[in-house]
Design a protein around this ligand. Structure first.
Ligand code: AMP
Ligand code: ZN
Length: 478
């Protein structure tokens, strides 16, 4: 079997077929950096991390884009309240977000474009929608997307036209729009925006981008600049609250401008709840990753807790759940230690049946729309069976080494072993520099230098693999 994913666009589980395998271009909506992200947000980012890591395990060459929303109503209001500029307000939250991602062992995206850095691309996108007659400038100086003129609006969220009208009327305070369903692409600058530096000149008036515009412009810009012609992402993911209106509007803007499908697979993660209510800043029922770090909670336990429920089901956070997860990761760590001891200095000389069953069970689970709870069951079945077989003296040293290799390969995807090596951002940047230097040395036929670089990386626990798509690396577990 191969990977199958639930696509919100069709409401079906479909075989995963990227546009140009082995490449997978994946876009995930990033945090709004007006404040600290909470662990509800991180449930979504962890589901996306599992997706990214599993795609790489399967051999795909993933390019991951995550935007940072550093201009919107919330960031502007928070900067005003703090009496600082937008950039001064958001920077510390960006720093903490990265630190939290490292703590939770989330593999860094390849790029983190900030909305404020991509305003020229956003202006171009609005201009092309105006040129195509899909947008209009209203009396209030803002520019809106004309939903009526875009065929297929509502396809993703399956929200009917009537419901849209009724819902939008209640929420709408923008009276200049031609149709209540229309949404702002570009908002006319207000004195509040100006006071924090959140206003830019554009041919259609000074203003700032709407939130939806940001993701379309960043995604299309990255696709064009890095991958030539393509206008289609393989995967776009986020939490379920983004299906409507955010992702529906992203489709309208992107497909309206390019005439081509924007996304192949739309993936949405369900909410983390507390006492049955969505975890949210608004309900003051949230916990941050830093809270858990200060309580010395192991990141492996947090990952285990989150992966214990399928990403498309709601999950209620409790302290009991967390302590159960802590016990679970300790059992995994104890088993690994037992395998290390049983392997001694031996080289791998065989794959025990139990280890084969582990990898098969793990793959079957994650191939089935990332069924992480079943992948965890495969791990715990292995723990029980191997403990029994080791007690009975069934495994030789070489088999224990072989079993350990498989164990490390599958747990690398889930990252559930306490104290396991994590990818550190500075190390990652340094490794990328070394790989570039090695490539240059090889091009200059200076193989001595190229080998010296590989050795230095190896001394720091980094192994390289040269593939037709370029050099990959991994930090080997010590
Ligand atoms: P925001 O910072 O509000 O833009 O949200 C960042 C991400 O977190 C989005 O993908 C949201 O869908 C997601 N999100 C927000 N609240 C929750 C929650 N309680 N559980 C899971 N995901 C959430
Ligand atoms: Zn987005």
């Amino acid at each position: 079997m191969s990977l199958r994913l639930h696509n919100t666009l069709t409401r079906r589980i479909e075989p995963f077929e990227p546009v140009a395998p082995p490449r997978v271009v994946m876009y995930t909506c990033g945090p709004t950096v007006w404040n600290y992200a909470h662990i509800g947000n991180f449930r979504t980012f962890l589901f996306e991390d599992l997706l990214r890591r599993y795609l790489e395990y399967l051999g795909y060459d993933v390019f991951h884009i995550m935007n940072l929303t550093d201009v919107d109503d919330r960031t502007i209001a928070a900067a005003r309240e703090a009496g600082v500029s937008l950039g001064e307000h958001t920077q510390p939250f960006v720093d903490v977000f990265f630190a939290d991602c490292d703590f939770l062992r989330i593999v860094p995206a390849h790029v983190y474009p900030r909305a404020t850095e991509r305003v020229p691309e956003m202006i171009d996108l609005v201009q092309s929608l105006l040129d195509r007659g899909l947008a209009y400038r209203a009396e209030d100086g803002s520019t809106y997307f004309a939903v009526e003129r875009f065929e297929g609006y509502g396809r993703l969220s399956q929200v009917g036209r009537r419901e849209l009208k009724v819902g939008a009327r209640v929420a709408s305070d923008e009276y200049a729009k031609e149709d209540v369903r229309d949404f702002a692409l570009w908002k006319a600058a207000t004195p509040e925006d100006e006071s924090v530096g959140a206003a830019w000149d554009a041919p259609f008036g000074r203003g700032r981008p709407g939130w939806h515009l940001e993701c379309s412009a960043i995604a299309l810009g990255e696709l064009r600049n890095r991958f030539g012609e393509g206008d289609t992402l393989d995967i776009h993911a986020g939490g379920v609250d983004l299906i409507f209106p955010h992702h529906e509007n992203e489709i309208a803007q992107s497909e309206g401008a390019t005439g081509r499908p924007f996304v192949r697979y739309w993936l949405h993660g369900e909410f983390l709840t507390v006492g049955g209510t969505k975890m949210s800043k608004r309900y003051a029922n949230f916990l941050t990753a830093r809270d858990l770090k200060e309580d010395h909670v192991d990141p492996a336990a947090i990952r285990m807790l989150m992966f214990g429920t399928h990403y498309r089901q709601q999950f209620n956070f409790t302290d009991e759940g967390l302590s159960g997860a802590r016990e679970g990761v300790e059992r995994l760590a104890a088993l690994r230690q037992r395998l290390v001891e049983a392997a001694g200095d031996a080289n791998a000389s065989g794959v025990p049946e139990a280890a084969q069953a582990l990898e098969e069970g793990f793959r079957a689970a994650l191939d089935d729309d990332l069924n992480a709870p079943n992948a965890l069951s495969a791990l715990f079945n292995f723990v029980r069976r191997v403990n029994r077989e080791l007690d009975a003296g069934c495994w030789g040293e070489g088999e224990a080494r072989g079993g350990l290799e498989i164990w490390d390969r599958v747990t690398e995807v889930l990252q559930l072993v306490p104290g396991a090596r994590t990818v550190d951002r500075e190390l990652a940047a340094w490794v990328e520099e070394q790989i570039t230097a090695r490539q240059e040395a090889r091009e200059a036929r200076d193989f001595g230098r190229a080998d010296a670089i590989r050795e230095e990386l190896s001394a720091r626990g980094v192994e390289l693999e040269d593939t037709p798509q370029g050099t990959r690396w991994k930090a080997t577990a010590k």
